[in-house]
Design a protein around this ligand. Structure first.
Ligand code: PBG
Length: 327
């Protein structure tokens, strides 16, 4: 047979396959989500996220040590406060759960990079991501609460803040508050294209942040939309976002690709709780190979254009990368 092109030549052995790989992975790109519960001492397994834990303020540094041991250099913190109210005021309390967790982590692991999720839904008694006006979240009033919260995180020592609320204008509001207080070097990672997704189900159980009425479609994006994601990213970049994010990841690889191509800031993807839970559940009943599906899923997100991945599998992925199974 006379064939000029034989793509299989470059697949004939492990060395040449690895040499020709188009996507390279590094543990440097991984961020691990950590849930800190103000009322807890010790750690407690999260039912909706097998293999994940709630940590008390007394054990949060154990979670970080496990990351460091695995080669993961960064976490994103989520807080479960002892008290909730209509405005979510414990979110910006200097003695709040996240502020204390940041201080504990940074004093034990100064090099560990601490990102904080900035949102009101874990702190409000109604579970929405901001202050209510009737049954709607009041955008402009919420901006002030978010800015105060982000500033309190920076004052406690957070390395980066990540607003996940989807209010209009939040990046500019947070940037102004940080700069006015001297935190000009604290970057903002904006959850820019955050869709109103059913894939957040296990997280809301874990964070106790399900809305008590209605849903989040009044502020999070409609999954039918693609161009709107570009608009959201453009607005966030214009307002000063240092990193933009698409969330969820696996069902939104097209959005990751499009926005990564369109903007010249790093692109993060959040492989959310439902993505993790689906892999865990299918593996538990023997339907898939958990390790290989984990690796392939993460790889697909980087191939789509992400340069940062937030994932509950961060520690396992770091190990898989180190051992050469992917990357
Ligand atoms: C807070 C927030 C959510 C997630 C991250 N930040 C939940 C939501 O928007 O309801 C989801 C993360 C996950 O599912 O893993 N607004």
């Amino acid at each position: 047979m006379e064939l000029v092109y034989r793509p299989r030549r470059l697949r004939s052995g492990e060395t040449i396959r690895r040499m020709c790989r188009e996507t390279r992975l590094s543990a440097d790109s991984l961020i691990y989500p950590i849930f800190v519960d103000e009322t807890l001492s010790g750690r407690r397994p999260i039912d909706s996220l097998p293999g994940q834990y709630h940590y008390g303020l007394d054990t949060v540094c154990e979670a970080v040590r496990e990351c460091v041991d695995a080669g993961v250099k960064s976490c994103i913190l989520f807080g479960i406060p002892a008290k909730k109210d209509a405005l979510g005021s414990s979110a910006w309390d200097p003695e709040g759960v996240i502020q204390k967790a940041i201080r504990a982590i940074k004093s034990a692991y100064p090099e560990f990079y601490v990102v904080t999720d900035v949102c009101m839904c874990e702190y409000t008694d109604h579970g929405h991501c901001g202050a209510l006006c009737g049954e709607q979240v009041d955008n402009d009033e919420t901006l002030e609460l978010l800015a105060k919260t982000a500033l309190s995180h920076a004052r406690a020592g957070a390395d980066m803040v990540a607003p996940s609320d989807m209010m209009d204008g939040r990046v500019a509001a947070i940037r102004a508050a940080l700069d006015a207080d001297g935190f000009t070097n604290v970057p903002i990672m904006a959850y820019s294209a955050k869709y109103a997704s059913a894939f957040y189900g296990p997280f809301r159980d874990a964070a106790g942040s399900a809305p008590s009425f209605g849903d989040r479609r009044g502020y999070q994006m409609d999954p039918h939309n693609r161009r709107e994601a570009k608009k959201e990213c453009a607005l966030d970049v214009r307002e000063g976002a240092d990193v933009i994010m698409v969330k969820p990841a696996l069902s939104y690889l097209d959005i990751i690709r499009e926005c990564a191509d369109a903007f010249d800031v790093p692109m993060a993807a959040y492989s959310v709780s439902g993505e993790y839970a689906m892999i865990k559940a299918a593996a538990q009943v023997g339907l898939i190979d958990e390790h290989r599906v984990m690796c392939e899923s993460a790889l697909s997100i980087f191939r789509a254009g992400a340069s940062i991945l937030i994932t509950y599998y961060a520690k396992e992925l770091a190990k898989a990368i180190r051992e050469g199974e992917i990357g």
